[in-house]
Design a protein around this ligand. Structure first.
Ligand SMILES: CC(C)(COP(=O)(O)OP(=O)(O)OC[C@H]1O[C@@H](n2cnc3c(N)ncnc32)[C@H](O)[C@@H]1OP(=O)(O)O)[C@@H](O)C(=O)NCCC(=O)NCCS
Length: 186
């Protein structure tokens, strides 16, 4: 996919060779870092949803996701049926399972932000989750203070469904945001 803004960027599937560049973007853009094996694990298993954005052949952004089976109804956008473990157990007990996409991480290098790259990465992630992985919903965690990211997600129809208290290492809370892709019921 080529961008239509003044800056020409391209969003494509990542390959193993892109992992070092993706790790650099991650290190420079976010406080949440992962070991190399984790990036490779996501690429190996859900490679269609591991995307990079490049400008003149240089990786300046990425989005990586995985597919999970969950019993927590809030992760598909259904109302909260209880607190914490109770709602997961209740879902499990009732035999309710949903297939969801989990956007693990998305980032764009600072000089390239505000040019539509984040939108392109997210829009392609949603398309792949629908068309390739056939999930019921997509969810993600985001720092409650991360206004640019929250705006981006809301623009694509994600809704805040829960607050995870002290989710991040530094103690900041996370919003869980969900975009439902299929009609889901309990
Ligand atoms: C979040 C992030 C990926 C967005 O990437 P981007 O390429 O700058 O995003 P875009 O240019 O496509 O902008 C998409 C939308 O995000 C919102 N947005 C982007 N920057 C914003 C800012 N500084 N303030 C408020 N909203 C902002 C806007 O709604 C924008 O849409 P618009 O241009 O139509 O108004 C980027 O800011 C980033 O890498 N941040 C650091 C890493 C991070 O926080 N990742 C998310 C972790 S959950």
């Amino acid at each position: 996919m080529l961008s239509d803004s003044k800056l020409k960027f391209k969003v494509r599937r990542a390959t193993l060779d892109d992992i070092p560049a993706v790790m650099r973007v991650n290190l420079e853009s976010l406080p949440e870092h992962y070991w190399q094996g984790f990036f490779e694990y996501l690429l190996e298993n859900w490679g269609e949803a591991f995307l990079v954005a490049e400008v003149n052949g240089v990786v300046v952004g990425y989005a990586m996701s995985r597919v999970e089976t969950v019993t927590d109804p809030t992760l598909v956008g259904l109302p909260d049926m209880g607190q914490g473990r109770v709602k997961k157990l209740l879902g499990g007990f009732l035999g309710l399972r949903w297939r969801v996409g989990h956007l693990v991480s998305i980032a764009v290098l600072a000089p390239y932000r505000g040019m539509g790259i984040g939108k392109a990465l997210l829009s392609e992630t949603i398309r792949v989750m629908k068309d390739v992985y056939d999930v019921d919903a997509i969810y993600l965690e985001v720092r409650v203070s991360n206004e640019p990211a929250i705006r981006l997600y809301e623009k694509f129809g994600f809704r805040k469904v829960t607050v995870k208290k002290g989710y991040y290492r530094d103690g900041e809370d996370a919003y869980i945001m969900v975009k439902t892709l299929k009609p889901v019921t309990t």
